[in-house]
Design a protein around this ligand. Structure first.
Ligand code: CTP
Ligand code: MG
Length: 333
């Protein structure tokens, strides 16, 4: 017997009690924004800087969480619904800009650790040691800004749902499912897509077509969206967490269906051609693409955000979800 919703909710609230005394305002990362703008401007004064990732998605900044930035050209912004180029040429140009940027960051802030990562799907520079805030910087890619704005637009429909997302994210990191920890396979972004998809399936949110999101209408620094403590001592939150686990363990048909925000209702693997046959052939950067636990990226063509979920990792996911009911997302132990 899993614990009652009230117990689960209270336990999760307790795990986040440190937030009650924290300043969660997004202005706390404005200083980091200014520092990066200064460096970007030194490379190319016409480039604009956008913040995305969790700060944009939730409208709050949790202490210690990294910040994602992207430098966009004026044309990128004006064509705010445009598709990002996925060619090697585009990737090369992004890496070239980021190389120059890395140089400037090192010059201006010689004690910081600046790493250029080129092997990934998206070229990125990782900066550590910037006054307690670590950040990633990418170039000329709108999709991160768009998918963050899409997730945020969903959470704005029902701001308390951010607690479900934050609880799931915290749990995913602690049990080792999150791609940010060794052996993990699904990013926080992937878990957010799962959370919103679940809420859509339950009719708790209204569908938003991804094409509606326009970078030209997104604020470069995300506005603050105050996070109120869960209502009713966490009863609804506990209910939602248990129902989320129930949904992915027993209702979501992982063998045939895809977690997707691209269209309302059900999306099948068949529809996307994410079949056994495609799985046997598909590779990305030499790595196998799995279609065991499918999460469709709303903007990237033919990209499974769950591509690193092997059959073994899918079993881990199920086992951890089963356990999570008893442990209130690993907050009660
Ligand atoms: N992102 C993406 N595609 C991915 C992974 C990430 O576009 N496959 C983008 C998304 O815009 C996401 C941002 O990168 O919002 C940051 O990703 P991630 O770090 O996974 O999510 P956060 O919400 O920032 O969570 P965390 O607090 O763990 O950093
Ligand atoms: Mg992040």
């Amino acid at each position: 017997m899993p614990p009652a919703a009230a117990v689960v909710g209270r336990s999760i609230m307790k795990a986040f009690r440190h937030l009650a005394t924290q300043d969660l305002h997004t202005r706390r990362v404005e200083e980091a924004y200014r520092v990066v703008v200064e460096c970007v401007t030194a490379v190319d004064p016409a480039m604009r800087l956008y913040m995305f990732g969790s700060t944009a998605v939730y409208g709050v900044h949790e202490k210690g969480s990294d910040v994602d930035f992207v430098a966009l050209s004026e044309t990128d912004v004006e064509d705010g619904k445009g598709e990002d180029a996925a060619t090697q040429v585009a990737k090369g140009l992004q890496a070239e800009f980021l190389g120059k940027l890395a140089k400037v960051v090192r010059q201006k802030h010689f004690s910081w650790n600046v790493e250029e990562v080129r092997r990934t799907r998206v070229p990125v520079i990782r900066v550590k040691g910037g006054g307690g805030v670590d950040f990633d910087i990418t170039a000329n890619r709108r999709n991160g800004v768009r998918n963050s704005a899409l997730l945020r637009a969903y959470f704005e429909q029902d701001p308390p749902c951010r607690w479900l997302s934050m609880g799931v994210k915290r749990w995913s990191k602690r049990v080792g499912l999150n791609a940010s920890v060794v052996g993990g396979s699904i990013t926080s972004y992937g878990f957010n897509l799962m959370v919103v998809y679940y809420l859509l399936q339950r009719g708790a949110l209204q569908f938003i077509p991804p094409t509606a999101i326009d970078v030209a209408k997104v604020a470069p620094v995300p506005p603050y969206l105050p996070l109120e403590p869960p209502q009713n001592d966490g009863v609804e939150l506990g209910d939602q967490v248990l129902d989320f686990l129930q949904f992915y363990m027993h209702e979501f048909d992982a063998a045939h269906h895809v977690v997707s925000l691209s269209r309302p209702g059900i999306t099948t693997k068949e529809q996307l051609n994410w079949t056994k046959d495609a799985e046997d052939r598909a590779r990305m950067n030499g790595e196998k693409i799995n279609y065991q636990w499918c999460i469709e990226d709303p903007y990237e063509l033919n990209l499974n955000v769950g591509r690193n979920v092997t059959p073994l990792k899918r079993d881990f996911l199920r086992k951890h979800m089963d356990k999570a009911r008893e442990t209130a997302l690993l907050t009660s132990t």
